[in-house]
Design a protein. Structure first.
Length: 330
């Protein structure tokens, strides 16, 4: 049983009980409105409940106008759908078409039109949608632990990918199926979705740290895919490949750290300096392979630049939050 089902049940029960206590006939209508109002995030809840409330008010007055002019006939309901729905959409409350229909059909069922009936429908809206909004604001599941788990999964997959790149540079005949690339892409997308949901649940001060982290990994994954394409051009074993393989071995360890260590960056700078001092290629094959290895190093530099730009600020924000938490406890 999902948390949304539990929240929907709680909001439905609360709204029906409040509507019955207020003396509204057919109080179960409030429960239906509460079911329509429950959302997966706080921000979305506020947005959709507001839209549904005002859409229902617009639909209520339009429907009552039709009933007053034409009477309570079934074909009048068809006119309401034909002209009322476009009116609600044009007013910018597309999400509220269903809730407005519930209210208008309730008025039609009562076959009575006066101020008391209108007030009852507005009360029903306030109770049904208000109960859903209250339950949404009170509880939303925490996703921090889930996102940390996804982060560990992504970091672990990146580490495996870098070890596989290293193995290929050691031995160009080494065969790797590349399944970790697909798994990493799926994990990063799950992380982005969870991070976006967490931000929507923080109405006042949303924390963008997780969103920044997974966006960073998405950019880096694109860089890794470029590395794989360059790696396919390294078809000959050279000492240069052995030297670059050591970089990826180091990176496979560094990627598991939450902080940007900078160790791989220093090794890369040193290695590029050594490349400049080496003799030029003597054969076409050596030229092609060394060119691919050099481009691979430059793509690696881009990967490290992305990590340096995003990874350090994430750690800094977490350390600041940790210090604030400890200060509050003291």
């Amino acid at each position: 049983m999902g948390f949304r089902v539990v929240k929907t049940a709680a909001a439905t029960l609360l709204s029906v009980m409040l509507a019955a206590a207020a003396g509204i006939p057919n109080a179960q209508g409030a429960g239906l409105l509460a079911i329509l109002g429950v959302e997966v995030t706080r921000k979305r809840s506020v947005k959709t409940i507001t839209a549904r409330f005002f859409a229902s008010v617009v639909g209520l007055f339009f429907g009552c106008g039709l009933f007053w002019l034409l009477g309570f006939h079934y074909w009048v309901l068809g006119l309401f759908v034909l002209f009322g729905f476009p009116l609600i959409v044009r007013a910018g409350f597309r999400e509220g078409i269903v809730t407005s229909s519930v209210i208008v059909f309730r008025v039609f069922g009562q076959a009575e039109l006066n101020l008391h009936v209108l007030i009852q429908q507005v009360e029903l809206l306030a109770i049904g949608l208000g109960s859903a909004g209250l339950v949404n604001l009170i509880y939303m599941p925490k996703t921090g632990e889930m996102m940390y788990t996804i982060r560990k999964e992504v970091d672990g997959l990146f580490s495996i990918i870098f070890r596989q790149i290293s193995s290929t540079l050691h031995d160009p005949q080494y065969i790797w199926d590349g399944k970790e690339l697909i798994q990493a892409g799926s994990a990063v997308q799950r992380g982005l979705t969870a991070a976006a949901r967490e931000m929507e649940n923080s109405v006042i001060h949303p924390d963008e740290a997780w969103n920044v982290y997974f966006y960073m990994r998405k950019e880096q994954l694109e860089s890794i895919q470029n590395m794989i394409q360059l790696l396919s051009q390294v078809y000959q074993h050279l000492p240069h490949g052995e030297m670059v393989a050591e970089l990826f071995e180091q990176l496979s360890s560094d990627v598991l750290n939450e902080e940007y260590t900078g160790r791989t960056e220093k090794l890369l700078d040193k290695l590029e300096q050594e490349f400049r001092e080496m003799q030029l290629p003597t054969t076409r094959e050596e030229f092609e392979v060394r060119s691919a290895i050099l481009q691979l190093c430059r793509e690696l530099a881009l990967y490290l630049k992305i990590a340096k730009q995003y990874k350090a600020p994430i750690v800094a924000r977490r350390q600041l939050a940790s210090r604030s938490f400890l200060a509050g406890r003291e």
